[in-house]
Design a protein around this ligand. Structure first.
Ligand code: SAM
Length: 292
């Protein structure tokens, strides 16, 4: 097969963004405006507006989020784990420089401290300038602490312990490669409280075949309880996977009545997630059979 072209291309005088949808399939998205492109120390950063999905952040030619549906990804990533923990006070986010995960985490009034460790300061700068509707006021929340640091270094050196840890890193490319390793999952376990929950985005089911399985089975080597789910994200043109791990809680087995109680008590306002959707995730994940 010919080498696949990625990123911005011109066709008949119009600009398009080319991205893989699956191994042998590409998507072609018509671009309205290119706002920003910069090669940082770690990756190519682009902020582009497309006709169908609005403003979007792209890193190394891979969509990170889109204005039209970022709430689906961020809410479905954050609330299942946060509500499965009875009292999540200390939260760590590895990556997530767009601030979307942080924004959703801070909706939980139980949170006392949320530390975000992002390796690339240029991502945060671009988000603040062009995509401030993602973090909203999360970066300025007194409970939030933003560190510009490699997640691997932070996790290996910190003496802090966390109740919930999110890994919202790029898709196993560039600086995120060392994050998707058993060694790193062991280091994560060491900084989780006994009843803590770890959850990572687990890439596209169509775009990254086998990635969710690898993350699942690697985490199984470290944690007692590991489970997974997915949601369709229109601008990713993919079902997007998530894998959770804990020695105490299975976020895919929590009862609806408990979810409803916590969702109501914490007064969480969402556009997409609710306890019924959570139960739907629990059911829909069974459509995926993991190959051992
Ligand atoms: N939602 C996204 C997706 O679909 O892939 C991920 C969003 S977030 C922008 C990903 C961030 O992870 C990037 O800003 C990247 O710089 C950061 N990152 C990658 N490797 C990292 C590392 N080793 N430590 C900390 N942050 C890292």
């Amino acid at each position: 097969m010919m080498k696949m072209e990625k990123g911005i291309i011109e066709l008949n005088g119009e600009k398009f963004y080319v991205e893989p949808l699956a191994k042998h399939t590409l998507t072609l998205t018509k671009i309205k405006k290119v706002y920003f492109t910069k090669k940082s120390k770690y990756q190519l950063i682009e902020v582009i507006e497309s006709y169908d999905y609005g403003l979007g952040l792209y890193l190394d030619h891979s969509t990170q989020l889109s204005e039209s549906d970022e709430y689906i990804y961020h809410e479905i990533f954050v609330h299942p784990a946060m509500l499965s923990h009875p009292n999540p006070k200390k939260i760590l986010i590895i990556g997530g420089g767009d601030g979307g995960v942080l924004r959703e985490v801070l909706k939980h009034p139980t949170v006392e401290k949320a530390v975000l460790v992002e390796i690339d300061e240029e991502v945060i700068k671009a988000v603040k300038k062009y995509l401030s509707f993602i973090p909203q006021n999360a970066f300025d929340d007194p409970r939030a602490k933003i560190l510009i640091e490699d997640g691997v270094k932070y996790v290996n050196n910190t003496t802090e312990k966390y109740d919930v840890i999110f890994m919202d890193a790029t898709d196993d490319i560039g600086p995120s490669v060392p994050l998707y390793k058993v060694e790193f999952y062991k280091a994560i376990r060491d900084i989780l409280n006994d009843k803590g929950i770890f959850i990572t985005q687990a890439l596209g089911l169509e775009q990254h075949k086998g990635a969710l399985e690898k993350i699942y089975f690697d985490l199984k080597r470290v944690f007692r309880i590991v489970d997974y789910y997915y949601i369709y994200v229109p601008s990713f043109c993919n079902r997007w996977g998530f894998v959770s791990a804990s020695d105490q809680y299975n976020i895919m087995e929590i009862e609806k009545s408990e979810l409803e109680k916590r969702f109501k008590n914490r007064k969480i306002k969402t556009k997409y997630y609710n306890p019924e959707v959570h139960i739907a995730l629990q059911i829909m994940r069974k459509t995926i059979k993991l190959k051992i």
